[in-house]
Ligand binder design. Structure first.
Ligand SMILES: Nc1ncnc2c1ncn2[C@@H]1O[C@H](COP(=O)(O)OP(=O)(O)OP(=O)(O)O)[C@@H](O)[C@H]1O
Ligand SMILES: [Mg+2]
Length: 397
């Protein structure tokens, strides 16, 4: 179950953003031209439309992935967010601050404290050692040397580079250099992290490792991330929501499930074809409402009476506050003769699954036992149950 974000929890708001490269960019926005295709604008006026009317919002703490083929405008988009590239028209609002109207000094402060960026090619200083690279953003921030080193060290620990502080970055592998880049970006303690294909230079194995490490790290640091990739696997692993770009436009935006299960057109479905559906079906997306939910502790006789009347196949037990206590079949309960026995049954009932976890283990478990699996949120509240039936329905779709 996703909760609609509140209006004021959006940290990044982009409205009708255009970027046209060339000597006369405004011509592309003139009446009659805005509808023309990118090719037409290019042949007629020699201007390159890199972003066309792009709008989206990112919530605080969210990982927003931008995906698209080479040349679709991904880098232009993130660079516009911190004005490494000036947009042609449109609004960029970050924490209620209109980024496009910041003066030079405000822009410097904004880049120093609010947002940092990890570039595809690391962008490290080759003659400096690891910790001095990680410190880099802190020098311009005016921290004391002791504070700089302390903070950089914490970030190096966080990205798993403890022990490498004094190594030259040129002696590190690509994966390790990218960790230095990540530590450097995190050291300034930005609220927002922009990652432009951070893992694209790495070999597939390291890439997969870095990607899952980032997902774990994100649980800890809870930054707002804008993550660019052209790898769908990556997008699905790290993204809360994904925007798909083509020729400078966002053509679809949604959760990984929404995009893979309901692609808007052939382009998106071709893009997403390779990801098997069981990977994006997570526990919550295939869970269903339990036959009966019962608050526990409860009077055993009353409970049995209720079961007689309603005849549910299974019963989910929750505490007063909604915390899942387990799921039992009706026959399990009918065979018990005391609350103590019932406690024992509950204690031995199948483990629950977190809402975002993969469905594959559930399939294996339900092959061996008929008892549904409770699905819980991060606070262990019951969201629903996975039954044999709900898995079959999901797979059939
Ligand atoms: N400085 C520039 N001058 C002219 N055209 C540019 C400039 N920078 C980018 N472009 C054009 O804008 C379009 C979008 O480029 P961009 O770099 O944003 O794409 P991308 O999606 O990041 O691609 P990739 O996956 O290859 O990094 C491309 O057609 C590109 O040629
Ligand atoms: Mg790019």
């Amino acid at each position: 179950m996703t909760v609609e974000p509140e209006q004021n929890s959006h940290q990044i708001v982009v409205e009708r953003l255009w970027k046209v490269f060339g000597n006369n960019p405004s011509v592309a926005l003139e009446a009659g031209n805005a509808e023309k295709s990118r090719e037409e604008i290019q042949t007629e006026f020699g201007q390159v439309v890199a972003l066309r009317n792009v709008s989206f919002q990112v919530q605080k703490g969210e990982t927003f992935v931008v995906m698209g083929l080479s040349g679709s405008g991904k880098s232009t988009l993130v660079r516009c967010l911190i004005r490494l590239i000036e947009s042609t028209s449109g609004n960029i609002i970050i924490d209620d601050q209109n980024v496009t109207s910041l003066d030079e000094k405000e822009l410097r402060d904004f880049r120093r404290s609010k947002v940092s960026m990890v570039f595809q090619n690391f962008g490290l200083l080759p003659h400096r050692n690891v910790i001095d690279n990680a410190c880099y953003g802190l020098e311009v921030k005016g921290l004391s040397k002791k504070d700089r080193y302390e903070r950089a060290q914490r970030m190096l620990d966080l990205v798993g580079l403890n022990g490498w502080e004094t190594s030259k970055v040129s002696q590190l592998s690509g994966g390790m250099q990218q960790r230095v880049g990540l530590a450097r970006a995190l050291a300034v303690e930005p609220e927002i992290l922009l990652l432009d294909e951070p893992f694209s230079g790495l070999d597939p194995l390291i890439r997969r490792q870095m990607r899952s490490e980032l997902a774990i790290l994100q649980k800890e640091i809870k930054k707002t991330l804008v993550f660019i990739t052209h790898d769908l696997d990556e997008a699905v692993t790290v993204g809360d929501r994904i925007a798909i770009m083509r020729d400078g436009e966002i053509i679809q935006m949604g959760t990984p499930e929404e995009i893979i299960l309901n692609p808007v057109d052939d382009f998106v479905s071709e893009f997403t074809e390779d990801v098997s559906k069981d990977r994006v079906l997570n526990a919550s997306s295939i869970s269903v409402t339990p036959d009966l939910i019962c608050t526990y502790p409860a009077d055993l006789n009353e409970l049995k009476e209720k079961l007689d009347r309603i005849k549910p196949k299974h019963i989910a037990f929750v505490s007063e506050s909604g915390v899942s206590l387990g799921v039992l079949m009706r026959s399990d309960i009918e065979q018990t003769s005391s609350t103590k026995e019932l406690d024992h049954c509950l204690a031995n009932s199948p483990d629950s699954m977190k809402s975002f976890s993969n469905v594959k283990p559930a399939i294996a478990r339900l092959a061996n036992s008929e008892t549904p699996i409770p699905v819980i949120d991060s606070e262990e509240h019951l969201i629903g149950v996975i039954t044999r039936g709900s898995i079959l329905v999901a797979l059939a779709e």
